[in-house]
Design a protein around this ligand. Structure first.
Ligand code: GDP
Length: 297
């Protein structure tokens, strides 16, 4: 299917390489396990996640139950799904529900907001975008194009305006007009950690004045093509603002999709959505089982 097609490069970098190091007819031994370990590390799965997978594989090999690639595959699939387990999707029980979206420039933040808005509107929900990345005029324009395209309201101020004021107005607008969901776009200038922390902190404080338990979700957008860099961004943003979920974009056409397996293990935050292309429908609710099946199929 489509997901499988999009994950072809990641499949090549993980699954096909592992298959190649399993001796046909021979014995799976410690050196095979070490080769698998190297493949997982080099395909961005991350050290912690790799350690966990490899120690379970080693145990099962010692027990004598692992004879061929099919056996290895069963173990890997089970462990990879375990690593990704995610008990709850987006918390959208409040009306309006407020979703704060953070991430560095270029990761696909605006596109993801557009696609997410589209998804909600298709489900019959009403959506307000808040153009709180006021630092770049282009960001406001781009979000406006998405708002028109998907049929969301947009609240914007002039470029350079206070992002927290935009966010506050969007939340107030949603309350007044009885809208279901507010999605707040923010600036992502990571080289300025202190100002970014202050800006995001202020947005949080100000929207709480309107809705005390908002934001209901704080989603970090990560670009899969940046590999281990994505993990570093995740831990930094989690420290700065406290995340409830991660969206991994650009999983299509990258060999670094393995990065998705390390995120929860490294920072304790689940992946909730994935981006698999530039089209409006290319944002999917993340289903660990389906993802791993598509990779190994
Ligand atoms: P922002 O700076 O974080 O707001 O990033 P944009 O939303 O402007 O996206 C940057 C580029 O990444 C654009 O060309 C998007 O079309 C592209 N993009 C976003 N998500 C995906 C995805 O899942 N797959 C692919 N292939 N491209 C994506």
């Amino acid at each position: 299917d489509k997901l499988k097609e999009k994950l072809v490069k990641t499949k090549k970098s993980i699954v096909e390489k592992i298959e190649a190091v399993i001796p046909t007819g021979g014995k799976i031994d410690e050196s095979t396990i070490e080769e698998i370990e190297e493949i997982l590390i080099s395909s961005d799965v991350g050290v912690k996640a790799t350690d966990e997978i490899v120690s379970i594989l080693r145990k099962k090999v010692k027990e004598g139950n692992v004879k061929n690639f099919t056996d290895v595959k069963i173990i890997l699939k089970e462990e990879l799904v375990n690593l990704l387990k995610n008990n709850n999707f987006l918390n959208l029980k409040s009306k309006p529900s407020v979703i704060l979206v953070v991430g560095v420039n270029g990761v696909g933040k605006t596109t993801t907001i557009g696609k997410l808005g589209h998804k909600f509107i298709q489900e019959g929900k009403s959506v307000v975008f808040a153009a709180a990345d006021t630092f770049r005029a282009a960001a406001i324009e781009q979000l406006e194009i998405w708002a028109k395209r998907v049929g969301a309201d947009i609240i914007k101020h002039k470029s350079g305006a206070d992002p927290a004021a935009v966010a506050f107005d969007a939340v107030e607008h949603a309350k007044a007009k009885n809208k279901d969901i507010v999605i707040i776009d923010t600036a992502g200038r990571l080289h300025t950690k202190q100002p970014l922390m202050e800006e995001l902190g202020k947005i949080n404080r100000v929207i709480k004045k309107s809705i005390p338990d908002a934001p209901h979700e704080t989603l970090l957008i990560l670009d899969a093509t940046t590999g281990q860099n994505a993990i570093r961004q995740a831990s930094l943003f989690n420290e700065i603002i406290g995340l409830t979920g991660v969206v991994v974009t650009k999983l299509d056409g990258t060999a670094k999709g393995g990065v998705i397996f390390g995120i929860k293990k490294e920072i304790g935050i689940p992946v909730k959505l994935i981006g698999i292309g530039e089209d409006i429908d290319d944002l999917k609710k993340f289903n660990p089982h389906e993802f791993v099946e598509a990779l190994f199929d």
